[in-house]
Design a protein. Structure first.
Length: 318
């Protein structure tokens, strides 16, 4: 199979028939063997009914419906688990991503050897203040932190080699950072393609300013996980040893000075009356806690089990 198209969605009933017809037209024109996986992330409108009806009439269409809204990352994870195509395309269901971009993205993966190609919505039709400016700031911070030189991390239109989606774990709200996750797994040939961004035709956006705040918090998380996710002792343990060492040396110096004064017959206050003694003691306690945090982190990594992050209510066409 050439292509798997994974489309997470939430309350996009108005867009789905048009999107389905558009994708089908592009697939037939290019003679692709394909499947389309619609992942209904707990829609409360008629989205699932439309997906179910289409999948009964067209064997290329498959659907997964979550019991409730678990988030875009979880929807992508479910789609990636089912994807069978040589190349996996992700796109949004709101008609702002153009299926006409798919053939070129497919060629960049299969002919130019990219592991992943991300779309870049260079010209956008979103609000400048509420989306464009925060997005530019977010993308700049993501480039500086991750080392992945993409202009648009948030673009939902991306193409992957199948082996990429099978070797990354998309959890929490990490869908924005799939290129970083791929890089961390050794898939380093990451490209970018300018794509058409279309104005929303139906409904309203599901994202507010909070997604950018969450995005920056997730950026800190993925930076930490990239560096220390598989070796927490290197961060917590190392800093714990340093802090304990500083506190221990300081306490030793304080005690030695008091003993020297007593030996020389000079008046000296009790060690416990010196505020610096408590500062050094606190530093040693914090250092010990950090070391134990690293040790516990290592134990959790060694014994962690796979836990389901979402519940599927039903499927169609699978």
């Amino acid at each position: 199979m050439n292509l798997s198209i994974v489309i997470p969605l939430l309350n996009e009933a108005e867009s789905l028939p048009e999107l389905y017809a558009w994708i089908t037209k592009v697939m037939q024109k290019n003679n692709f063997s394909y499947e389309v996986l619609f992942i209904d992330d707990g829609s409360t409108d008629d989205s699932w009914k439309i997906i179910s009806d289409i999948s009964h009439d067209d064997s290329h269409i498959k659907g997964i419906r979550f019991q409730r809204n678990f988030g875009k990352s979880q929807a992508l994870h479910a789609g990636f688990a089912q994807a069978e195509g040589e190349v996996v395309i992700t796109m949004d269901a709101d008609l702002q991503d153009s299926p006409d971009e798919i053939p070129e993205l497919y060629k960049m993966i299969t002919q130019e050897g990219y592991h992943l190609v991300s779309g870049w919505k260079k010209k956008r039709y979103d609000s400048v203040i509420s989306k464009n400016l925060p997005s530019k700031l977010f993308n700049w911070a993501a480039r500086q932190t991750s080392g992945v030189k993409l202009n648009d991390f948030n673009c939902g239109l991306k193409a992957y080699k199948n082996e990429v989606v099978k070797n990354i774990e998309v959890s929490g709200e990490m869908h924005r950072y799939i290129p970083v996750l791929a890089k961390n797994e050794g898939f380093t040939k990451i490209g970018e393609k300018v794509v058409i961004h279309q104005a929303r035709k139906y409904g309203t956006t599901k994202f507010g300013m909070s997604r950018f705040i969450n995005g920056f918090l997730d950026l800190i998380t993925i930076w930490f996980l990239s560096k220390f996710g598989k070796r927490p002792m290197h961060f917590f343990g190392a800093n714990g040893v340093i802090m304990f060492g500083i506190g221990f040396i300081a306490a030793f110096i304080i005690g030695a000075r008091k003993l020297y004064k007593l030996y020389m017959g000079e008046p000296a206050i009790l060690v416990t009356q010196d505020p610096w003694f408590y500062i050094s003691l606190t530093t040693m306690v914090i250092g010990t806690q950090l070391f134990l945090a690293g040790f516990i982190g290592e134990m959790i990594l060694k014994n962690k089990s796979n836990i389901s992050r979402y519940k599927i209510a039903e499927t169609s066409g699978l």
